[in-house]
Design a protein around this ligand. Sequence first.
Ligand SMILES: CC(C)(COP(=O)(O)OP(=O)(O)OC[C@H]1O[C@@H](n2cnc3c(N)ncnc32)[C@H](O)[C@@H]1OP(=O)(O)O)[C@@H](O)C(=O)NCCC(=O)NCCS
Length: 179
Amino acid sequence: MSTIETDRLTIRHPVEVDRDRFVAMFTDEAFTVFSDGVHDAVSANARFDGMLLLVDAVPYAKQPVIERATGAIVGYTGVGTAVVDGLDRLEWGWRFVPEARGRGYATEATTALLASADRIADGELLCLIDPRNAASRRVADKVGFRWWKHIDWLGDPNQPTDVLTRPIGSGGPALLAPT
Ligand SMILES: CC(C)(COP(=O)(O)OP(=O)(O)OC[C@H]1O[C@@H](n2cnc3c(N)ncnc32)[C@H](O)[C@@H]1OP(=O)(O)O)[C@@H](O)C(=O)NCCC(=O)NCCS
């Protein structure tokens, strides 16, 4: 299993012992702001199962970010999947507990995991961001995503979602979810 160390953080693949921490985060309203909504225990467990599955196929899939000073999992970074324009694509996401926000952790962790993705894959990634989410957009800009277009992701044309892209490795066609 790959482990990445940055100045303050460890980023490594999720394992079964992380389940309780992730279920607690996914069922917390503050953690799940700007998402499809807060999970109940069943959907939170299903979401964690999905993380375990995807990271087996895509080494830069969503994974825990551990604050080394405390040993605590403070969030995640990495790709999930999203169907955009009929294609099931790899889409990068980041999310941190409120007390760990505003310290540069999202940028630090994502820069490191993206560097690893750049070494092992070629193609194009997406990132979907609510235009009101200025902090997330700032992270996206800092780690090399560029605005592509608006889509009606939420099913409400009055609430568009920003789609950004970033080439991975030497670039190329859309990176797709594993079948
Ligand atoms: C978005 C999120 C992951 C950012 O994590 P973070 O560790 O605080 O991010 P960083 O500190 O690396 O960078 C945040 C940047 O946004 C800026 N920022 C923060 N709040 C901002 C705001 N309200 N308006 C504009 N910029 C803002 C910061 O100043 C920083 O930019 P800088 O380095 O140029 O100063 C975190 O806020 C979070 O978990 N939010 C809730 C979940 C979420 O929205 N996830 C993304 C869904 S698309």
